[in-house]
Ligand binder design. Structure first.
Ligand code: HEM
Length: 136
């Protein structure tokens, strides 16, 4: 996607835009859960609410903005690993955490695995920032 600002042609990374769209979905989900907790006065799922908002909304939105600012980082192989590892792990992690908090202890291995995959995604993100963020 391209736009012109002050006579300069800027191109926005479609990957960055996709991250932002996914992030805002997590924001809506997170605040709906917050409202549901407040309305029901049942705060059992507080950690799910916090992680949907902070990993789903905040962290993913920051990643999207970084990829929009630095398109070379957005097109790297590390960015693709970051995208798929995060977006496969996070929904599983949130569902497994919900079930655990509701008392289903059998989900612990699934939760642990999804957490490891999520961290691997974030390690790819960190490596991508160190290796592929260019000043130009
Ligand atoms: C309409 C929006 C929101 C509503 C209605 C809402 C509601 C709540 C409620 C009811 C709690 C539990 C409070 C308690 O236990 O006393 C909570 C905790 C929390 N919320 Fe939200 N929230 C909203 C947005 C957000 C956003 C946007 C973020 C982060 C980006 C966030 C992060 C947190 C965190 C970190 C906690 C503490 C979790 C914990 O102690 O385990 N919330 N929120």
């Amino acid at each position: 996607m391209q736009t012109t600002i002050h006579g300069r042609q800027l191109s926005f990374s479609p990957v960055g835009i996709l991250w932002l769209k996914l992030a805002v979905l997590y924001l809506i989900l997170g605040v709906l859960l917050g409202i549901a907790m407040g309305a029901s006065e049942n705060f059992t799922l507080r950690p799910v609410h916090a992680h949907i908002n902070l990993l789903g909304w905040a962290t993913m939105a920051v990643a999207g903005l970084i990829y929009i600012l630095f398109p070379e980082a957005a097109s790297s192989r590390l960015a693709r690993f970051h995208f798929w590892l995060t977006n496969l792990a996070l929904p599983v992690m949130m569902i497994a955490l919900t079930l655990l908090l509701l008392g289903y202890r059998a989900v612990v291995p699934v939760l642990a695995l999804s957490e490891i995959v999520a961290v691997l995604g974030l390690i790819c993100f960190a490596l991508n920032i160190f290796l592929n963020l260019k000043k130009s």
